[in-house]
Design a protein around this ligand. Structure first.
Ligand code: SF4
Length: 247
């Protein structure tokens, strides 16, 4: 993971509470603020298919290029995905779907995200989540969102080159609007609808995208074509390379 120390004055008027993104990462990975999530992440039994594997069982930090223009924000790690592998969007069905689209859009060198040592490299792209610990039923509580929000805010502030934030699902979208509002943006009337985009003064454009969870992808609510098209639109609007053409 490319983690140089970017500018500490990432967005106008913001002084960052962490010296570098690496320091932030250390704090996140050691966090035990949410007792329900700590218990869940540490005790959930390994799935039969992964028995014998050493689950990560800690908070999961963002991954990718810290100078990225495209930032992808999901909800939280999956119990047997990020919580097992230790990398966001890695090792589960959502990751599989997402990564094929990122690869098609020219933002990832591979079309699969399997483990921390699989050689995946994101180019001009960084992915993270609103909540860093796997929640039971993929549903963090409001309090857990609040507890984790300072980490998301600080991480986004470090991504000072970002031009587009793609929020995967309504809850991630809400977290991004909260961040933008706290940075002075007017967000009233903005609603989640796949494909919508919202521009702000001096902040990245926010794109709403359905979450690539099996609930959405198996039912056809979100197709790979839809997701890739949205990534391609965002990359084009940000001036990022044209992307792969194969679907
Ligand atoms: S969800 Fe966030 S705030 Fe809660 S324990 Fe995990 S890292 Fe800490």
């Amino acid at each position: 993971m490319s983690q140089q120390s970017p500018s500490v004055d990432a967005f106008p008027g913001r002084r960052l509470p962490y010296r570098s993104i690496s320091v932030l990462k250390s704090d996140v990975v050691a966090c035990k603020k949410c007792s329900r999530l700590v218990k869940f992440r540490e005790t959930i039994p390994a799935r039969a298919a992964f028995r014998g594997q050493d689950y990560w069982r800690k908070p999961v930090f963002g991954f990718g290029d810290v100078k990225a223009r495209i930032v992808v924000v999901g909800l939280a790690p999956a119990a047997h995905g990020g919580n097992r592998t230790g990398r966001v969007f890695t090792g589960d069905a959502s990751a599989k779907f997402l990564m094929r689209s990122l690869h098609e859009a020219g933002l990832a060198n591979k079309s699969a995200s399997l483990s921390r040592d699989d050689g995946l490299v994101l180019t001009d792209c960084y992915m993270t989540a609103a909540v860093r610990c796997a929640p039971p039923g993929d549903r963090p509580t409001l309090e857990e969102f609040r507890n984790c929000s300072a980490y998301l805010d600080a991480e986004l502030d470090f991504l000072s080159q970002s031009k587009a934030i793609i929020a995967l699902g309504q809850l991630a979208f809400g977290s991004i609007l909260r961040w933008a509002k706290n940075r002075g943006a007017r967000t009233s009337g903005m609603r989640f609808e796949h494909g919508r985009q919202y521009r702000f003064d001096r902040l990245p454009t926010v794109y709403a995208c359905y979450h690539p969870s099996p609930r959405n992808t198996y039912t056809g609510k979100l197709t790979r074509r839809m997701m890739t098209a949205l990534f391609r639109r965002a990359t084009k609007q940000c001036g990022v390379g044209a992307g792969n053409t194969s679907m």
